[in-house]
Every structure is written in C-alpha cells, then in structure tokens.
Design a protein around this ligand. Structure first.
Ligand code: EPZ
Length: 428
C-alpha cells in the first residue's frame, strides 16, 4: 500500500489550484440516473470515490466516458434497481442512488451502508422522507428494499439538516411531476450545485442553500452540461496547512464565500487572509494563536475541516477546545497526532488541546479521509521525517495531494514499499 514520506518543518510558498468538489460531483453524477438524455460533467476530480460512483452508475445501466476532468454519461441499457454491497461498502454515499431509482423505477434495493471510521452513519432521515413520498421500506439480507406504487410529491421536514438526505429527496422529487418541499434542509454549497444541475435537466428548484427547498419535478428530464464547483474542503485544508507550517500561499479555484467560518477562524488564529479574484491568499508566521471551534451544519465550521484544524491547534500558543457536534466518533486522528508530540485529551464530543512548540515527524496511519488530511497538515508542520500509512484514505478525497503540496514547496513523495521490495527481488 502507498505511503507518503514527508520531510516537514519548512514554511509553504507558492500557488496551487484546487480540484472540483468531491461532495458536489458525487450527487451530480448519480443524478444522471434521472434522465436517458446524455449529460456532460466537467471539473470532476480524479478520486477513488468518483471511480466507485462511476462503476455504480455503470452497473445501473449507464455508459461512462472519462477524459481529463470531463465525464460523459449516456444510456447503455435499461435502468437497474440494485446497488450491490461490494460497491456500497466502499462508499456510503451509494445510498444516493435510491432517490433517482425510486423516481424512475419506483423501487430500489441498496446495501445498507454500514458504519465507517467516523460513526454509525444511519439513513433514517432518508427513509423518513421517502415514506412521506409513499415509499414502503423493508430490510432483507443487509439491504434496504424500497418500493412504491407511485412516488408522490410531499411536504417533508428533516429532523436534522442531513446533507445526504436532502440530496436524496431533491433527486427523487426532481424525477416526478408535482411540488415537494424539504424543510430544515441542509444548506451546504454542494446542495446548491446539485440544485443547479437538476434545474439544467428541467426540474425547478427554489430555495437551495436555505432551510426550505422546493422542487417541482418532471417525469421526463433532459440532458445538460455542468461544471462542478471547486472543492471548499480541499481549499480549507491547504489554508490550514499554511497556518500550521507558516508561509505565504495562494489557493486558486474556490472563493471565500463558501468558507466564511473557516476564514474567520484562520484570522483569529493570527493568519492574514485575503480574498483575491478567483482565489484566496494566506500569510502566516510563527505558532498560531489558540482558537476553539465547534463543528456545525453549514454555514458553521465544517466537520470535514475539524481534523485539519486539530492538527494546526496542536502547535497553537496555548489551550484550545474542539467540539465535534456532527459525527459521534470523529477524533480518531487525535491519537496519531499524539504520536507526533501533540497534547490532546478527548472526552466524547470534546477534544482539549495544549499547543506544543513543535511536532516531530513519526510513522502514523490514516483512518479516514479527513484524519489523513490532518496527518498531512501535521507532517508538513513537524520537524523531521514522517511516514503516513494507508494513504488510500486520503486519495478518496484529495486529488494528487502530493503534487499540490510539492507545488507549495513541501518535500513529500509517494512510495510503495511492497512494489519497491518486489522490484528489488527481480533478477537484475
Ligand atoms: C456528507 O455526508 C458528506 N459526504 C460528508 O463528507 C460530510 O462530513 C457530511 O455531509 C456533513 O457535512 C458527502 O457529501 C459524500 P449527513 P452525509 O447526512 O450526507 C447523521 C467527507 O469527508 N445522520 O449530513 O453522510 C449522521 O450520522 C465526508 O468528504 C442520521 O442520523 O452527512 C451524522 O452524524 C465525510 N441519519 C450527521 O447526521 C441520517 O439519515 C450528518 O450526516 C443521515 C445522517
């Protein structure tokens, strides 16, 4: 398995362009199941989760052609109705196929996503919304089985602004005539990007980005070409890396309007942040000021940047507290940061940090996408050499991250010890 070898302790310098948003591209690619007309999606990041998503829609009847960052989707055969376990276990967002399949085939069988490193990841909010739309729910052999005689528009209130549930219900509603209202909807920018795509297919979506989303769908939708928004989480990760290691970088592609809470925290931590046309410039020097955060649904501080923020606060000039209010088990990176010299105590949803003057490089292991990103931030700031194991987690959410970090002056390389030892044993 690949590892990253990082020689840290130097300030970051340079400029880098972020990729398209993974969390916008996934629902948009899945929503092509709503139409038989060809679609073209641009600015799609080359990530493991995207590969999984494309395999999933191919299994469901699409033909996919991926050239550069453009994906062309067209019909290959009649739409299937089942998402198999071998794909769902790799990516819990596979549950998002339920909405389009219910709209078009009135049934869906999706392997239950199961838990993952950051928590149980239930789907009760998705199912409660589908029931409001006339869907019968049953469970069989580890699958959730969804059936309806006719999917009907409904007025739905989510008990929590779940991103995935909002997206699933928007897609279901877009594929049927009539008006569906989703209340207490998630407000993330990725929801707005999906809404724009659904509108380009022929649905009418009003209020995306707010707490009440209204979808007027249609039984037959057209095709469209759409460019995915830039990845705000990748942008935030790189900005936080500069806060932790110091330096002066420009991150291009994403505007500050989708990262207000993060830019505010960076400024409070002592960084100079400037929004320039088409990018964000950050300058930081010395140890960050300690800034406590709590993760909240958008527009609050994003849970996906909690782990990188913890890495930066590990070298803060004093005590800080992180409260993780979205997922129940999202502190797995704390122990790994401790191996690098961080002082962190966790108790339930709270992590208390005492910043140390310097982290030191060490062998560490990624446990999920953003925990892996935290280890990268820490390794860039730490003095000495770090080995980051299980980088496949990082590859799920960050496209060629080592290339981007090298562009910012970081000494990082990707190695695969098994391959190199196998090569070494080959006869010369
Ligand atoms: C999306 O996950 C993102 N994934 C996550 O990013 C992100 O952390 C999360 O939203 C929150 O912003 C994608 O977009 C592919 P939720 P999702 O439904 O939709 C609970 C990354 O690293 N919940 O908003 O799964 C759930 O357990 C990933 O890129 C229920 O209880 O998030 C969690 O505690 C990680 N029942 C909370 O709500 C449900 O039916 C937020 O989940 C659904 C969710």
């Amino acid at each position: 398995m690949d590892q990253f070898i990082v020689s840290g302790g130097r300030p970051l310098r340079g400029r880098v362009r972020v990729s398209g948003s993974k969390n916008a591209a996934l629902p948009i690619l899945i929503s092509t199941l709503l139409t038989d007309v060809p679609c073209v999606i641009d600015n799609v990041p080359d990530l493991r989760d995207i590969h999984t998503t494309l395999r999933l829609i191919e299994q469901l009847g699409k033909r996919v052609e991926w050239i550069g960052s453009t994906v062309r989707v067209r019909v290959a055969r009649p739409l299937g109705t089942a998402a198999p376990y071998d794909l769902v276990k790799q990516m819990r967002a596979s549950i998002l196929v339920a909405g389009p399949l219910l709209a078009r085939r009135r049934r869906a069988r999706v392997a239950l996503p199961g838990g993952c490193a950051i928590g149980l990841r239930p789907i009760d909010i998705h199912l409660a919304g589908f029931r409001r739309m006339g869907v019968g729910v049953s469970f069989s052999h580890g699958d959730v089985v969804l059936r309806t005689r006719r999917l009907r528009p409904a007025d739905i209130r989510l008990r929590f602004p779940s991103v995935g549930a909002t997206e699933n219900l928007m897609m279901a509603a877009a594929g049927i005539p009539g008006t569906t209202v989703i209340r207490n909807a998630a407000r993330e920018p990725e929801i707005v990007d999906l809404a724009r795509f659904l509108e380009s297919l022929g649905a009418c979506v009003i209020g995306a980005g707010g707490a009440v989303v209204r979808v007027d769908g249609a039984a037959r939708l057209g095709g469209a070409r759409h460019s995915v928004i830039a990845d705000r989480i990748e942008t935030g990760t790189l900005l936080i890396a500069c806060l932790a290691a110091g330096g002066n970088i420009r991150v291009e592609g994403a505007g500050g309007e989708h990262l207000r809470a993060v830019l505010d925290a960076l400024a409070r931590a002592g960084a100079k942040v400037r929004e320039e046309d088409g990018g964000i410039r950050i300058t930081a020097a010395g140890r960050p000021r300690p800034v406590s955060i709590r993760t909240r649904p958008y527009p609050g501080f994003p849970t996906d940047l909690q782990a990188p923020w913890m890495a930066a606060m590990s070298v803060g000039r004093g005590r800080s507290r992180i409260r993780e209010e979205i997922f129940e088990k999202r502190f797995l990176h704390a122990a790994e940061l401790g191996r690098m010299g961080a002082w962190i105590r966790t108790d339930g949803e709270i992590a208390d940090l005492e910043g140390v003057p310097r982290l030191h490089g060490a062998p560490v292991m990624a446990s999920d996408i953003r925990a892996g990103a935290a280890l990268l931030v820490a390794a860039v700031a730490a003095r000495g050499r770090s080995e980051i194991h299980r980088v496949y987690h990082i590859d799920r959410g960050y496209e060629r991250v080592e290339v981007k970090l090298r562009a910012l002056g970081v000494r990082i390389r990707r190695v695969n010890p098994e391959k190199s030892s196998a090569r070494a044993q080959l006869p010369s």
